[in-house]
Structure formats: structure tokens, C-alpha cells
Design a protein. Structure first.
Length: 409
């Protein structure tokens, strides 16, 4: 083997492994929620169990029931109802083994519904609810996130106003404290409803949702210790409302929602690299306003509203971290035919991307062709490329999303 061929081989190996570390993601269908199709339900997890409460059903009736999910037995058990009005679009989180639910509205039509600022604590050991200090704003579609022993509520709406307010709840003192407002889109009022967020490493990650400029795909980090917001890399696909999120295996996972149609894609955010990565294909219906929580580094998602109507089904999302052969690297896109003997190769994406490109590299890692992506299915002409082994990557701006090998004949 010549020195040049060894150099090419080493470049090939380094390139392959630089794009190969990924999580092998898998969706699995579970037992459906115990009672009632619903969307805009509230969810949280406590000590290895998941909880879903409230929401709006197919007939536009609100709930106040509470259901507990046991992942060991894949079984739902009804628990004590929320001792307050039926409602939808409340926020929820868990702190120190207790669940919290606040805000919401009691009607499908926001202009005639009663909007709440009540705040309730659920004790799973006693199966009881306790009324706590009211939330400082009266709103629905706020986002609730727990972080480092405290709870945070971000944004929300009443019938006329979108809020950018952020409040911190201290369970030891039962008090709320105003924090730095959510900055939002500089071209909007900054208010936001139906965003999504979670926490990791004592920081909060939040974004998406709807403001007065319509659907957004911005993504932000809030540091409670410095009370500051920092904008991160935007969600790599369409702006949307009613997405869900949770944290598993030190990954911030964000999925689905509505961008005018119901989406079914799921992505994870690398907080260290400030990059987004596609997970895997979802076999169920795309949806918005689903319930979601995580237990022992497995994510759970279900209910919601889809093209097929209001949902009751539930799924889990598992991630097994490892290194795989790179032509199995994620499932963001497929190529056919492969090997390629025709003049064109066809690429089919699992999700519609914004500002994305497809790039072809030869075996030495040299960029030989780039195409802008304008649809979920497109063709690339290869007649100007010699036969051989190539790599094709999909990237959004400077962020690599996925890559595979192709063979040109």
C-alpha cells in the first residue's frame, strides 16, 4: 500500500468516525392513556412514575382527572382528581418528589373561558392535592420547567395578551419571584404561548411556540444563577407551536408540534456543541399539544391533536448511545438507488428542513458537489462525478445533521 493510499484511508476513517457517533433511537408503542382522548393535557414524572392530568377531549370538554403511568407494568391507574375546575393548557413540573400544576383555561374557546392563576401541589404518597400560592399571572399555554429544586413558568396567554414574563417558584417558602423576561423575537412583542422547554445541568432550554409574528423556531438558554438569557442555534426545521420536550441521557429532546400542519419529527439538542441532531422516524401520527415526561432516561409521549383527530395513544422513546457504521447513521434521509448507476440519485428526507444543503465528498474528504434543499424529495445529478465511493451529508447552515455513504457506478 502506497503512502498516498494510506493517507487517503486515514482521512476516510477519521471522516467516518467524526460523523458516526450518534444515538440509536427507537419509538415503541405503549398502552394508551387510561381514560379519554385529549390534547393540551399537563404532565410530569415523580419517582419512576409518569402523570397526566387535565386536557381537552374530542367533544371540547375539559378534564380534571389524574392518571399515573407505571413503566414497569405498562399500566395506567387513576388517582385523585385535581380538586378544582376542569381545564386545559395548564403548565406542570416536578420538584422534590411533588407534582405541580398551574394556570389553564376551562373552555375550548378562549374568549369565553375562565382563565386561572391557581397553583396546586400533588403528593403521590398521600394521593392528595394542596393549594399553593397563586401564579403571578393569569394565563394558559404557559410552559413549566423545574431546575435545581425550583420551578419556572415562562410566557403564556390570556384572551388578548401574549406574556414574556418569567417567574421562579420556591417550594420551601411557597413564593414566586419575577426573573428576567423571555427576550423572544426582536421583531415581536417578546410574548410567547405554547413554547416548550426542559432543563439540563442547572440551565433551562426553551423556545418555539407562537408570538404575534406567528410560529417561531428560536431556541434559548436561561441561566437561573445569573438570571440571563442566551440565544442558541435555532431549531433546524419549521417554526411551530405545541411541541413537547424532555431530557434523557444528557440530551435535550424536542419533537412534533404544528407549523400549520401536524409534524412528526423529533430532534435532540447537544448543549455543549450547540447543535441539533435528528433522532428517528415516528410510526404514529404527527401531532401537537401532546403530554410528555421522562423516567430513567427514557422519554414518554402521548395524547395530542392530529390530522386523524384527538389522540389517546402513548409511546416511549429510547436512546442507546454508541458508534455505528456510518451508512446507518440516523434516519433523517434515504438515498436511492444506492449504488447509483443512473444519471441522478434521489434523496428523500424524513423532515422538511430550512436553509439546508446536501454536500457530496469524495473518499479523501474533498467537497465535490453541493445542492440547496428545497423539498423533502429531490434529485442530484452525478454525471460530472467519477465512479467510486462518496459521502453525502445533510447540513443546516454549518451544522451537520446526518451523513451516509454512496457508491457511484
Amino acid at each position: 500500500m502506497t503512502k498516498n493510499s494510506i493517507k487517503v484511508l486515514c482521512t476516510f476513517i477519521l471522516f467516518a468516525f467524526s460523523i458516526n457517533a450518534y444515538s440509536a433511537w427507537q419509538w415503541t408503542k405503549l398502552k394508551a392513556l387510561g381514560n379519554g382522548k385529549r390534547y393540551e393535557a399537563t404532565s410530569f414524572s415523580i419517582n419512576g412514575k409518569g402523570y397526566v392530568t387535565c386536557g381537552l377531549d374530542t367533544n371540547d370538554n375539559c378534564y380534571n382527572d389524574l392518571w399515573e403511568y407505571d413503566p414497569v407494568f405498562n399500566y395506567w391507574t387513576q388517582k385523585a382528581n385535581l380538586p378544582a375546575s376542569y381545564r386545559r393548557a395548564s403548565f406542570g413540573f416536578e420538584i422534590n418528589g411533588k407534582g405541580y400544576v398551574g394556570g389553564g383555561i376551562d373552555d375550548e374557546i378562549s374568549s369565553i373561558g375562565n382563565i386561572f392563576n391557581e397553583f396546586w401541589m400533588y403528593d403521590p404518597t398521600l394521593n392528595t392535592w394542596t393549594n399553593k400560592a397563586n401564579v403571578p399571572i393569569t394565563a394558559f399555554r404557559s410552559t413549566g420547567i423545574s431546575c435545581n429544586g425550583k420551578g419556572y413558568v415562562i410566557g403564556g396567554a390570556d384572551d388578548w395578551t401574549l406574556y414574556s414574563n418569567v417567574y421562579e417558584y420556591n417550594p420551601l417558602t411557597d413564593n414566586w419571584t419575577a426573573k428576567a423576561s423571555f427576550p423572544g423575537n426582536p421583531n415581536s412583542s417578546g410574548g410567547r404561548e405554547a413554547g416548550t422547554g426542559t432543563s439540563l445541568n442547572n440551565k433551562i432550554y426553551y423556545g418555539l411556540g407562537k408570538d404575534d409574528s406567528y410560529f417561531q423556531n428560536d431556541w434559548w438558554e436561561f441561566n437561573p444563577s445569573t438570571n440571563t438569557w442566551t440565544r442558541k442555534t435555532d431549531f433546524p426545521v419549521s417554526g411551530r407551536t405545541g411541541s413537547w420536550s424532555f431530557t434523557i441521557n444528557n440530551k435535550v429532546v424536542v419533537g412534533m408540534g404544528s407549523d400549520g400542519s401536524f409534524t412528526d419529527d423529533t430532534w435532540w439538542f447537544d448543549v455543549n456543541a450547540n447543535t441539533w441532531n435528528y433522532t428517528c422516524t415516528f410510526s404514529g401520527d404527527g401531532r401537537r399539544s401532546a403530554a410528555a415526561f421522562s423516567i430513567n432516561n427514557i422519554g414518554y409521549m402521548g395524547t395530542g391533536k392530529s390530522t386523524g383527530g384527538t389522540k389517546q395513544d402513548f409511546y416511549k422513546l429510547d436512546s442507546q448511545v454508541g458508534i455505528q457504521e456510518y451508512d446507518n447513521n440516523q434516519s433523517l434521509f434515504s438515498i436511492f438507488p444506492n449504488p447509483v448507476s443512473s444519471d441522478d440519485l434521489t434523496i428523500v428526507l424524513e423532515a422538511e428542513l430550512k436553509n439546508a444543503t446536501a454536500s457530496i465528498f469524495d473518499a479523501s474528504g474533498k467537497l465535490v458537489k453541493t445542492e440547496s434543499i428545497n423539498s423533502k424529495q429531490f434529485k442530484i445529478n452525478r454525471t460530472d462525478l467519477n465512479a467510486g465511493l462518496y459521502f453525502i451529508s445533510i447540513q443546516n447552515k454549518d451544522q451537520l445533521l446526518s451523513a451516509k455513504k454512496i457508491i457511484l457506478l
